[in-house]
Design a protein around this ligand. Sequence first.
Ligand SMILES: [Zn+2]
Length: 226
Amino acid sequence: MKNECFENDIKAVPYIFNKLKIIDHEGEQFLHGQLDIVDASGKHYDTYTVEIKGSKDYPYRFPKLYETDDSFLKIADWHVYESDKSCCVDVTPNEIILCKDGLSIIDYIKRFAIPYLANQTFRKREGYYLYGEYSHGIFGRIEFYQSKLKAKNPLELLKMFDLIIKDYNPSRPAFCPFCYKTKFRTCHRTAFKELQNIKAFLYNDGIALISFFKKNPDYKLPQPSA
Ligand SMILES: [Zn+2]
C-alpha cells in the first residue's frame, strides 16, 4: 500500500542493507532484495528474498514483509497471514505497543524482520521455534494478554481490561485488587500502563473475548510461569 512516510524512510535502507533495492512499481515504491541471517560472529546461516512494502498506518504499525522464494509455507502455522501472504511478525496488540512512538524501517528490519526470518531458519532445521511462539488468532492474543496480566480466570481478565480502559491508576500505597497482598505498583502497574496504549484495541478484543468465553465456558486461561 502506498505510504509517503514509508517511501521517504526507505531511501536510507540500501546504504545499510546493501542487498535491498528500491523498486518503483505502478507508482508505489518498496524494498526488494535479500536479507542475510548471520550470527554475532558473522557466520552465515541463511538468505531470504523479501519484499517490504508500506502499510496503511506505518510507522505506527509494521510495514508488510513478504518472503518471495517459497522458503517456508505461507500458512498460519508458519506465522504468515493467509489473507495476503505477508509475514505475521508479532501479535497485533504487541505490534501496536511496539510502534506507539513510530518505528523506523531500519529498526523494523533489524529488530523484527531479521529475527523473524532467523526464527524460520531455526524451525526449518530443528522443527520448532527457538524462542517459543504465540498461537494464532484469538488464542495468540489471549496468550499475549496473559503474559502481561496473569489473570486467574476469564472474568478477572475482563475486569482488568475494564480497569485499563478506564485508566485505573490508584495511589502509590494502594493494594492490587487482583493480587490482594501486594501493592499495585509492584505487580500489575507496569502491564496496565503498557496496555493503556492500546485501549481501543483492548475494547474490541474485550468484546471478542466475552463471546469466546461464553461459547467456551470450560476454557482455562494459560498461566505463564514467569
Ligand atoms: Zn497485581
